[in-house]
Ligand binder design. Structure first.
Ligand SMILES: Cc1cc2nc3c(=O)[nH]c(=O)nc-3n(C[C@H](O)[C@H](O)[C@H](O)COP(=O)(O)OP(=O)(O)OC[C@H]3O[C@@H](n4cnc5c(N)ncnc54)[C@H](O)[C@@H]3O)c2cc1C
Length: 493
């Protein structure tokens, strides 16, 4: 290759294009990887003392466990492709097929959540598993769906409104709300059907009923949207370790305890990135970069970007808070996984939002825990309400989690069964399928894209979940990288 060679020029241009990625969650780590792959010098700045963001692990009673995200949706294949690229493909494992339960039914009953629904909407209200949850009255009410005219003026965007109107309150409260609350931390009324279940409204018009539409979608897709997930033996947090190792191989500087406090234009069209001074120093540090990708949660992203992206609204949307209490218990009574892989709850029927029976769901955790020892994760906080644990100290939060776990699992669990506990608080992004969210995100993306050398990614833009965050980070890094190397034209190679 000679200097005049366009390929050689590209190689050196990439090497001279300095990039900073702000935020070390999965979005930031993946964006840094995409930039570093083409030879760009990259620095990743993470505010806290560890990278990974909402993907976290902790040692609880001697077992290394995921205490944040614990699986990934297999749809789209992008997370799997990343896992393979990082050499973890051989360790991908499916969850056990025990299914989930719903608790908080009339009389305090619990029952297996019927398989075959879309967002909890059943395809047949007379199915005994469905009728057991919604009762005879609920089944007759849902059956009216078949008799109602299919066409409304326009169509319903609100999932809650659509389900209430066509199938009634029992289906909404006992089947759909537990799923949206457990999966999206949102009320059905706030979910946009067209984004959460694409094609459902069109199928409703075609088939003449909502249950018919669910049956048609299920037939086409085989699984409910978002239904298929996988885990990694040893924990999803291994993905973070593997990403960091790959970044370091590629020469990326990964800096923890490096909170960014400002971004401002620098000389020659470059960007200055200001870091908070360390506790033992007064002077701020500043880095200069040709491109900056911001991969932090919404409130912080809007605060950092709005001074340099005039069209970006500085006001963030609401951010649901959830708390997860992980319990390790001596409880042979749980050996038979009495509530399958876990329990979703009818909203307001208990103080917890959901429970995962981790040792039932993941075989590798069962092996790591040993005979008669069980791991249970209790989640608090849903639908915009503060978690019931919010004002409690760790000991009281653990005690509440234990009481809720016993009630949801239908098994007595005394305090002396507890081997260890871990509590973690998370601020989540609104789901991408929240009503009105698509327009807000499009406006934010449009504003950032108008500014050369800047990019933004992360769950607040892509929607929550690794299957959303990973492809978005890849695409955003690619967009900014291309613009830096080729302007907006086509590659000349
Ligand atoms: C309890 C829980 C369970 C979940 N379970 C699953 C699951 O099983 N499967 C799934 O696919 N998804 C799951 N999710 C969602 C998924 O974890 C997230 O959507 C995803 O990890 C978000 O990644 P991110 O990079 O966008 O943001 P984050 O993980 O929030 O990362 C942002 C990073 O930016 C850093 N930061 C903030 N401000 C600054 C600053 N000024 N300077 C530098 N750094 C800064 C933060 O410290 C953080 O590390 C779960 C989420 C939660 C809360």
């Amino acid at each position: 290759m000679t200097a005049a060679d366009p390929l050689a020029r590209l190689v050196s241009q990439a090497r001279e294009t300095r990039a900073v990625v702000v935020g070390g969650g999965i979005g930031g780590l993946v964006a840094a990887l995409e930039l570093a792959k083409v030879g760009m010098p990259v620095t990743l700045l993470e505010a806290s003392d560890r990278v990974g963001g909402l993907v976290r692990s902790a040692d609880v009673a001697g077992i290394r466990l995921d205490v944040g995200a614990e699986s990934f949706a297999t749809r789209g294949g992008t997370v799997r492709a990343l896992v393979d690229e990082l050499g973890l493909g051989g360790d991908v494992v499916p969850p056990a097929a025990h299914g989930a339960w719903v608790a908080g039914l009339p009389g305090g009953a619990a029952a297996p959540l019927p398989k075959g629904g879309v967002l909890g909407i059943p395809d047949n209200p007379w199915d005994p598993e469905v009728r057991r949850i919604i009762g005879w009255g609920g089944a007759w009410r849902a059956y009216r769906d078949r008799l109602l005219p299919p066409l409304t003026i326009g169509h319903d965007r609100s999932l809650g409104h659509l389900v209430r109107k066509r199938l009634g309150g029992a289906v909404l409260d006992r089947l759909v709300a537990p799923v949206t609350s457990g999966v999206y931390s949102a009320r059905p009324d706030d979910i946009d059907v067209d984004l959460a279940a694409p094609g459902l409204n069109a199928a409703l018009t075609r088939t003449g009923s909502l249950t018919g539409a669910v049956a048609e979608l299920r037939g086409e897709r085989q699984v409910a949207p978002g239904g298929a997930v996988a885990g990694i033996e040893g924990g999803i947090a291994r993905l973070v370790d593997a990403l960091v190792a790959r970044l370091e191989d590629l020469g990326v500087e990964v800096r923890a305890e490096a909170p960014v406090i400002g971004i401002a234009p620098a000389e020659d069209g470059r960007w200055g990135v200001r870091l908070a001074p360390p506790a033992d120093a007064d002077a701020e540090e500043a880095l200069t970069a040709d491109i900056v990708i911001v991969a932090v949660p919404e409130a912080e992203a809007r605060r950092l970007l709005s001074p340099v992206v005039p069209a970006l609204d500085p006001e963030p949307g609401p951010a649901p808070v959830v708390e997860i209490v992980t319990l390790v218990l001596d409880a042979p009574a749980l050996d038979d996984h009495p509530r399958g892989n876990g329990v979703l709850t009818v909203p307001h029927s208990s103080r917890a939002k959901a429970l995962t029976h981790v040792t039932a769901k993941w075989e590798w955790v069962r092996r790591a825990a040993g005979e008669g020892v069980h791991v249970v994760r209790v989640s608090f906080g849903a639908q915009g309400e503060d978690p019931a644990t919010a004002d409690l100290g760790d000991e009281d939060a653990t005690a509440l989690a234990l009481t809720e776990a016993a009630a949801l699992l239908g098994v007595p669990l005394e305090a002396n069964r507890l081997r260890g506990a871990h509590r973690e608080r998370y601020v989540q992004s609104l789901p991408g399928s929240a009503l009105g969210r698509a327009a807000e995100v499009a406006a934010a993306r449009g504003a950032v894209r108008a500014i050369p050398g800047l990019g933004a990614t992360g769950a607040w833009l892509s929607g929550t979940g690794l299957a959303q965050v990973v492809p978005d980070a890849v695409a955003e890094a690619d967009r900014v990288r291309r613009a830096a190397l080729w302007g907006h034209g086509e590659p000349q190679v």
